[in-house]
Design a protein around this ligand. Structure first.
Ligand SMILES: Cc1cc2nc3c(=O)[nH]c(=O)nc-3n(C[C@H](O)[C@H](O)[C@H](O)COP(=O)(O)OP(=O)(O)OC[C@H]3O[C@@H](n4cnc5c(N)ncnc54)[C@H](O)[C@@H]3O)c2cc1C
Ligand code: FES
Ligand code: FES
Length: 1208
């Protein structure tokens, strides 16, 4: 559906973020009309997985459909904008549709007499609001503002709890619903009357007798009975390879289609698959019943059913559950060994299944079914029966541990346990009469029962020793298969789940002598379960129940207004409605072709050839573009960091890392290109090649390094040997290891190249570095730079990944477009993007540190190994960024040995806070080490080693600035030395003393960030009607650059116009264009906004100088302030140049300065499962005088908590 919507209709709101149901960028509302009952059912769905054929009798509503520029925005869109909940905006239409769907569901006309919500509100509850977007990913905002926007509709919300917004001034105004954009349910028609009439008419005319076997002329077959299905199976065209049997097709999000299909058989129309039968024996659920519907059914039942419903609510996300069927899940588990949650919980509940094979109908226990060999494509699961266990003496618990508790994360391990118990009259103990222990997802074929443990427990009363033996037995049963990730963790999870369950049945666990740990070690303390201390019970605020609440304090001034005002992000409503245009939203030009990378899977090998498997998708290959297609005079170059080095566009003739581009498959559609690229088979040879260098250790062994130029190399500070000699204590061989990290921009890498006359080319690119991209494309094609125009309007998330890595995509499109003389576009699928992206630098750091008994540091030596990958990229600049962040503490003396390693892995690049995040982490690891060596409080060690101004200057040189600007100590004390902090730290101690399996920690982390100012251009042009167009070198990547530039333009011209706020509305910041605004530089390093604004201010100053005499002349004639329009008209007539450009360069004496911040986080860890919950975070960030506090607040609070750097 997503492909259809985006390529065959004008709709652009639903975006492609992952293509696997995992991000929510593509969410739409589907409304299904039943002509027999005249009822419409609405639900959200991921359009990337939904097949168009399944939309018969449906209407689809996208974000543009609920509100847009022309018809007016919907309150969901307006509130998302007003709560500052949209940064890059790529996720926002999907968020919008998830919220809208939740409202539609909540406000569905209910039973007569049901109370109406208060005016302006929905019937949605705050809790439902918090879960409404649980499957939608946002990489930019940190979620709180999104949840606030959603909660603003909830009838039970306390509006005062909501965060900063543009509807009331927090703390000053009363928060009232009347100040919010008005909401009334039912204002959007989700199913037009004309469609209903058409459907009714078509149903009336239908012969109903047309057999499905000939009904599917479009390749879509929808049998209405088992017989029809069987006749399809028996047709001569039925072939498992080219025909896909589907229920709702969400399985394609897990197991990607490997080839195109010619035909689909949709089994959802078979009545037996949709039954829902309740009786006092249990519930029968048809296999095609959606997981959401099953949750509804089970929620209304006895405790076992309700527990099943609770567990199912954690499967996938609302928009997947609404379509995904229970049967599809169970079949995937049986046939494909999918780590299903549903199979596990249904297995423990003693379910049975009814299946239809080619010859017969069978009723089996779910266990028998799962144990059978994988069923063939013609075996159909009809229904699942779950017995009713009643409420007496039955205990049923389910658990799952996954990377995220809610939404889109398949379990590491799941379990479901059912026990029937009876009381022993003599001892008063509980005896286990019957027990079923089901485990799944830990690296086995399918969910299975721990029979040995069940046998052992049967007839026993649960005591510490029984638990110990059960755990021992379980460890033999839970055996993750070869290749399963984190096998030990999974085993310990399974043990923890069983331990927690059995503890709840035990009665004697308070006896210290019998206390045990889940892994079998006896301890002397008390333990939880029935014996949990009262303190823990008191403090047991379930992490899921924590209120999402926040407070913000902003300090701002009117002095430079509208600069400094928390204005709403420019274009936020456009982003919410889906009308904001990203590269892939630009309509394809005539004759456009599409590309997909073929990448190497070998780290070091000759490429002997590329062939294609024989498949439907391979037939779609038009051509493959490779290094040989680079025009004469051009170069095999895909990216280049000025002054540091290049990276090749194609691995030719040798692939130098896995993930390297070998060629670009060209096809008629993007889908064809993706699928065709999957068919490529690359022939490798490693003859005469050295083995690849993959790790830092390998690189050191082979002396394989990049050498940072001297001006980038971090300098040692002080005398390390002397510092060590002054130390009372020394740690001589500490080690810190950091792994890589993916950017996870929601919009993957993309570009559209359009060849133009006279060897010119225009490229619409999602890039943070248009100027470099232009230069690299021109070098690659062998044409002058002025032949290449790069246009970037907005980027759907960059985080550094749209810098060097984006260049490759633009270059690949350019080479293909040049060769084929047709427009070529590429939009990378998520997997290819992740494989090719590179990401953050892995590091291995060894350190020696000296310190005094009171915690004062005297010397630090760092051996810094950085895995840079195959090309220099920005890596030579990384050591100085790492050390810049590390220098936040006074180490006394600092000595360094830095190795930037060249390896056969994808080149690592700038990744959100590049170097700073690692530097900060390394510093904190060392401080923790020192504190633990001294058995001292870590915050005391931190505080002791914060710089005084003198040492700050010694470590940072000129960047230290003036003593009055050094605010870190004050910030740290505000957070970590306050009475409130001490009270909280004491509460954490008390909690830990009384809680064995949950532990809390509280910590304060300071940061410094060295801002390096760069020259930046800006241009302000006033049109004849007084509207203003502004251009800057920087790119809008979601950081709010254009909003700040607008504010600065209005401020800069305010002298000419009494109404600065009115001027704000006249300003439009236009897309970056490398031929219009040269020397644009790059966007990153948290400095683009201020430098672009300064360039704009200078341009405005020039215009003020030109226009002021005219204004004075007009005013002296009229005796009144000159209206803006009249001033511009007069200036036009006087032939004044109404466009001014400036190229701001920093004062050589002030090219660097330091930002300060600190964050306190209180975190809870479940020591049984490893689950962590951030209970609260407090951030203080000194950003000087903010250009826009609303935008800056978003930037400060969105990156991972504790690292307060951002990318603006
Ligand atoms: C993003 C995402 C996250 C997920 N997270 C979880 C999770 O946390 N836990 C979990 O348990 N599951 C999870 N799932 C899996 C999800 O539950 C299944 O994808 C879904 O239930 C499959 O149902 P479907 O109707 O879409 O099946 P389809 O995709 O239509 O079919 C899947 C397979 O089963 C076959 N099939 C379907 N129905 C029948 C039938 N009645 N008889 C015979 N064959 C049939 C199809 O031919 C196909 O081969 C997740 C899925 C996605 C996309
Ligand atoms: S959920 Fe459909 S694109 Fe991510
Ligand atoms: S605003 Fe959500 S991904 Fe950027």
């Amino acid at each position: 559906m997503l492909e259809f919507l985006r390529t065959r209709t004008p709709v652009r709101g639903p975006k492609l973020g992952c293509g696997e149901g995992g991000c929510g960028a593509c969410v739409v509302l589907i409304s299904k009309y039943d002509p027999t009952t005249d009822e419409v059912t609405e639900f959200s769905a991921s359009s990337c997985l939904t097949l168009v054929g399944s939309l018969n009798h449906c209407s689809v509503t996208t974000s543009e459909g609920i509100g847009n520029t022309r018809d007016g925005y919907h309150p969901v869109q307006q509130r998302l904008a007003g709560f500052h909940a949209s940064q890059c905006g790529f996720c926002t239409p999907g968020m919008c549709m998830s919220i809208f769907s939740a409202l539609v569901k909540a406000d569905k006309p209910g039973a007569a007499g049901e109370p109406a919500p208060p005016p302006g509100f929905s019937k949605l509850t705050s809790c439902e609001a918090e879960h409404a977007v649980s499957g939608n990913l946002c990489r930019c905002t940190g979620y709180r503002p999104i949840v606030d926007a959603c909660k603003s509709f909830a009838a039970d919300v306390d509006l005062e709890d909501l965060g900063l917004n543009s509807f009331w001034k927090k703390g000053a105004d009363r928060a009232e619903v009347g100040k919010l954009p008005e909401y009334s349910s039912g204002a959007v028609c989700t199913f037009p009357e004309f469609l209903k009439s058409e459907i009714k008419a078509s149903v009336d005319n239908q012969t109903n007798n047309v057999p499905a076997a000939i009904a599917g002329e479009d390749g879509w077959y929808h049998p209405r009975s088992i017989q029809e299905l069987h006749s399809l199976f028996d047709s001569n065209w039925f072939d498992e390879k080219s025909v896909k049997i589907v229920a709702s097709n969400t399985g394609a999000g897990v197991y990607k289609d490997q080839d195109l299909y010619e035909k689909y058989i949709d089994i959802k129309g078979i009545p037996e698959l949709s039954v829902i039968n309740r009786s006092n024996k249990g519930v029968e659920i048809g296999a095609a019943v959606s997981i959401s519907k099953a949750i509804e059914v089970f929620s209304d039942g006895t405790p076992v059913f309700r527990k099943i419903a609770g567990h199912l609510s954690k499967v996938a996300s609302p928009f997947v559950r609404n379509t995904a069927t229970v049967g599809g899940n169970v079949i995937m588990s049986q046939r494909l060994q999918f780590p299903s949650d549903i199979a596990t919980v249904l297995l423990a509940a003693g379910s049975t299944v009814t299946i239809q094979t080619a010859s017969k109908m069978l009723c089996l226990t779910l266990e028998e079914f799962l144990e059978q060999p994988p069923c063939d494509a013609k075996t159909i699961l009809l229904s699942i029966f779950v017995p009713d266990w009643g409420s007496d003496n039955v205990i049923f618990e389910t658990s799952r541990a996954a990377p995220r508790p809610f939404g889109n994360a398949v379990s590491y391990v799941n379990s479901a346990f059912l026990a029937r118990t009876s009381g022993d009259a003599a001892s008063g103990e509980l005896i286990v009469d019957e027990i079923c222990l089901a485990f799944g997802a830990y690296g086995v074929g399918h969910a299975s029962r721990a029979r040995k443990v069940e046998e052992f427990l049967k007839g026993k009363s649960v005591s510490a020793s029984v638990i110990l033996e059960a755990v021992r037995l379980l460890k033999d049963v839970i055996s993750p298969s070869e290749g399963t990730t984190h096998p030990e963790y999974r085993v310990s999870l399974a043990v923890s789940f069983l331990f927690s369950f059995l503890s709840s049945l035990a009665t004697d666990l308070d006896e210290p002598a019998k206390a045990i740990t889940p892994n079998g070690i006896s301890t002397n303390g008390t333990m939880n379960g029935n014996g949990a201390s009262s303190l823990e019970k008191q403090s047991k605020v379930g992490s899921d129940d924590l209120p999402i609440r926040s407070r913000q304090e902003l300090v701002f001034t009117e002095e430079y207004k509208p600069v400094g005002k928390p204005t709403t992000k420019a274009g936020a409503e456009l982003q919410a409605s889906g009308e904001a245009v990203y590269v892939d939203d630009i309509p394809s030009p005539k004759d456009c072709l599409y590309g997909a990378f073929i990448y190497s899977t070998h780290p070091h090998a000759h490429i002997k050839g590329v062939n294609f498997k024989s498949s439907l998708a391979s037939k779609k290959v038009i051509t493959v573009i490779s290094a040989k297609d680079i025009p004469a005079g051009g170069r095999n170059i895909g990216s280049s960091f000025p002054g540091l080095g290049d990276e090749a566009l194609f691995g030719d003739p040798v692939s130098e890392f896995a993930g390297q581009n070998i060629g670009v498959v060209i096809a008629e559609t993007q889908k064809y290109a993706y699928m065709a690229a999957k068919q490529a088979v690359i022939e490798y040879s490693t003859e005469n090649l050295e083995p690849p260098i993959l790790t830092i250790e390998d690189a050191i062994q082979h002396d394989s390094y990049f050498h940072p130029p001297p001006f980038l190399a971090p300098k040692p500070i002080g005398d390390f040997e002397q510092g060590m000699s002054e130390a009372d204590h020394k740690i001589l061989s500490g080690e810190v290891k950091l792994e890589s990290q993916y950017y996870f921009y929601m919009e993957t890498q993309t570009a559209l190249a359009v060849p133009d006359e006279d060897n010119c080319i225009t490229i619409y690119a999602s890039t943070q570095i248009p100027e470099v991209t232009q230069n690299v494309v021109a070098d690659c094609l062998g044409i002058p730079y002025h032949n290449v125009r790069i246009i970037t309007r907005r980027v759907g998330g960059g985080f550094g990944g749209k810098a060097m890595k984006g260049c490759h995509v633009a270059c690949a499109c350019a080479v293909a477009a040049f060769k084929l003389r047709r427009p070529v576009r590429m939009y990378l699928d998520r997997k290819t993007d992740m494989i090719m992206a590179g990401g953050r630098h892995p590091m291995k750091v060894k350190y020696s540190v000296g310190f005094k008994s009171d915690g004062t540091l005297t010397a630090l030596h760092l051996d810094l190994g950085i895995n840079a990958g195959i090309s220099p990229d920005v890596s030579p600049a990384l050591p100085s960024a790492i050390v810049g962040a590390l220098k936040k503490y006074n180490w006394g003396a600092l000595a360094l040995d830095v190795k930037v390693c060249k390896t056969n892995v994808s080149s690592k690049s700038a990744m959100r806070g590049p170097g700073d995040v690692q530097g900060c982490f390394i510093a904190e690891a060392i401080i923790e080490h020192v504190a633990s060596a001294l058995a001292a409080d870590t915050n005391t060690v931190r505080r002791k080693n914060l710089h005084g101004f003198e040492s700050l200057t010694k470590f940072y040189g000129d960047a230290a600035g003036e003593a009055s600007t050094y605010s870190l100590v004050e910030i740290f004390d505000k957070l970590a030395s306050s009475p409130e902090y001490r009270t909280r730290a004491a509460a954490v101690e008390r909690f830990n003393g009384g809680s064995r399996w949950k532990k809390r920690g509280i910590s304060c982390v300071p940061i410094t960030y060295e801002v390096r100012l760069r020259p930046t251009p800006g241009k302000v042009s006033i049109m004849n009607d007084g509207s203003i167009a502004v251009e800057v070198g920087g790119v809008e990547i979601g950081q709010g650059l254009y909003t700040k530039v607008k504010q600065m333009t209005a401020y800069g011209l305010a002298e000419l116009c009494s109404d600065a706020d009115g001027l704000l509305d006249k300003v439009r910041v236009i897309q970056a264009d490398t031929l219009s605004m040269i020397q644009g530089g790059f966007t990153g390093g948290s400095t683009t906004s201020e430098t672009s604004c300064e360039a704009v201010r200078l341009s405005c100053a020039t215009l003020v100088e030109r226009l002021k005499p005219i204004k004075e002349s007009l005013e002296s004639k009229s005796g009144a302030p000159a209206p803006w329009k009249a001033l511009i008209t007069q200036a036009t007539m006087a032939s004044v140049n109404l466009s001014a450009q400036a190229y701001w360069t920093p004062d050589p004496a002030f090219v660097k300065y330091i930002n300060y911040g600190a964050a306190v986080s209180e975190v809870e860890i479940d020591v049984l499962t490893g689950g962590t919950t951030i209970l609260r975070s407090d951030l203080v960030y000194d950003c000087g005088q903010s250009l826009n506090p609303a935008v800056d607040l978003g930037q400060v609070s969105s990156p991972p908590i504790g690292t307060t750097t951002c990318c603006c």
